[in-house]
Design a protein around this ligand. Structure first.
Ligand code: NAD
Ligand code: LMR
Length: 332
């Protein structure tokens, strides 16, 4: 029997991530090749015409899984009945801007969209915040939508996770699909900590630790980390626009694994509400390694954190605490 369609909201759908993301969703990349979808696309009035153009292209693409398109500038209409909300709308960072510069522009958007989601989304709607500052926007959304369970609100650090997999795969000249269990800790910013201490590679002789194969701790503790931390800025420098196809692809990976589960023995990174695991202060949206099963994520427990890592986990937590304070000062 055919499945009922799932309603997926994409805010900022006329923007560049939106343009890459909506066809992926309509092709089944996010929710599976047997899952029909109805796309809800929201943007602001100055982008209404462009949004309508995206809707026209979705119709023209004749996606078999796409059972309807709502394209609107009305936040209530956009949020009504949605099962998944991918929050991309906002003001992106331009060359030379720090992420904090975009803070005040974005947190007020997330405060108001929190209320619309809380009142109008389907019960148990899963929310993924992509727009920067992603962790803090997600925290504001959580705080101003108190009836949405905190386990349903997340932010995107899967792009950083995938970037880390990509760097290891290039360095070792192995398939990226054979590398797993890197971790992104903390903020989706240049203080994030890409950690390979538990990462492995599938080899003909079995699974081997990444550190054992790279045999270059100076690179792993130095250039590897900064490359992943600075990759967003490097893309902006090269394209004069922030990453879009990789961000859209990572958003699909994030939701797919959350809804359909992570493979046995494999974890992914998600920005989720901290419960104090690994002595990360509770009350921040912080990126952790998670397993997903039956539509729920669980922080991977019991990983050893050495002194080098501890400092990095704490540094990015400190930045998030500062962002939280700054966000509240922007709102008041
Ligand atoms: N977390 C990540 O890994 C990651 C990666 C890349 C980009 N980003 C962030 O994603 C966001 C989107 O990036 P982009 O390149 O698509 O930007 P973009 O400027 O091309 O698109 C943003 C869209 O949001 C719309 N918008 C603005 N305010 C809105 C509102 N109140 N409601 C609905 N829509 C609104 C704009 O009109 C625009 O169409 C940025 O904040 C960017 O920094 C995050
Ligand atoms: O770094 C940015 O502002 C863009 C985006 O978040 C990215 O990681 O590519």
């Amino acid at each position: 029997m055919a499945k009922d369609p799932v309603r997926v909201l994409v805010t900022g759908a006329a923007g560049q991530i939106g343009y890459a993301l909506v066809p992926m969703i309509a092709r089944g990349v996010m929710l599976g090749a047997d899952q029909p979808v109805i796309l809800h696309m929201l943007d602001i009035p100055p982008a209404a015409e462009a949004l309508n153009g995206v809707k026209m292209e979705l119709v023209d693409a004749a996606f078999p899984l796409l059972k309807g398109v709502v394209a609107t500038t009305d936040v209530v209409e956009a949020c009504t009945g949605v099962n998944i909300a991918v929050m991309v709308g906002g003001f992106p960072r331009k060359e030379g801007m720090e992420r904090k510069d975009v803070m005040s522009k974005n947190v007020s958007i997330y405060k108001s969209q929190a209320s619309a989601l809380e009142k109008h989304a389907a019960a148990n709607c899963k929310v993924l915040v992509v727009a920067n500052p992603a962790n803090t926007n997600a925290l504001i959304l959580k705080e101003f939508a108190p009836s949405i369970p905190e386990k349903n609100i997340s932010c995107l650090t899967r792009l950083d996770h995938n970037r880390a997999l990509g760097q290891i795969s290039e360095r070792l000249n192995v398939q990226v699909s054979d590398v797993k269990n890197v971790i992104i800790w903390g903020n989706h910013s240049s203080t994030q900590y890409p950690d390979v201490n538990h990462a492995t590679v599938k080899t003909p002789a079995g699974e081997k630790a990444v550190r054992e194969l790279v045999v270059d701790d100076a690179w792993l503790n130095g250039e590897f980390i900064t490359t992943v931390q600075q990759r967003g800025a490097a893309i902006i420098k090269a394209r004069k626009l922030s990453s879009a196809l990789s961000a859209a692809s990572a958003a699909c990976d994030h939701i797919r694994d959350w809804v359909l589960g992570t493979p046995e023995g494999t974890w992914v990174s998600m920005g989720v509400y901290s419960d104090g695991s690994y002595n990360v202060p509770a009350g921040l949206i912080y990126s952790f390694p998670v397993y997903c099963q039956n539509g729920e994520w669980k922080i991977v427990q019991g990983l050893n954190i050495d002194e080098f890592s501890r400092k990095k986990l704490d540094l990015t937590a400190e930045e998030l605490s500062e962002e939280k304070a700054l966000a509240y000062s922007c709102l008041s």
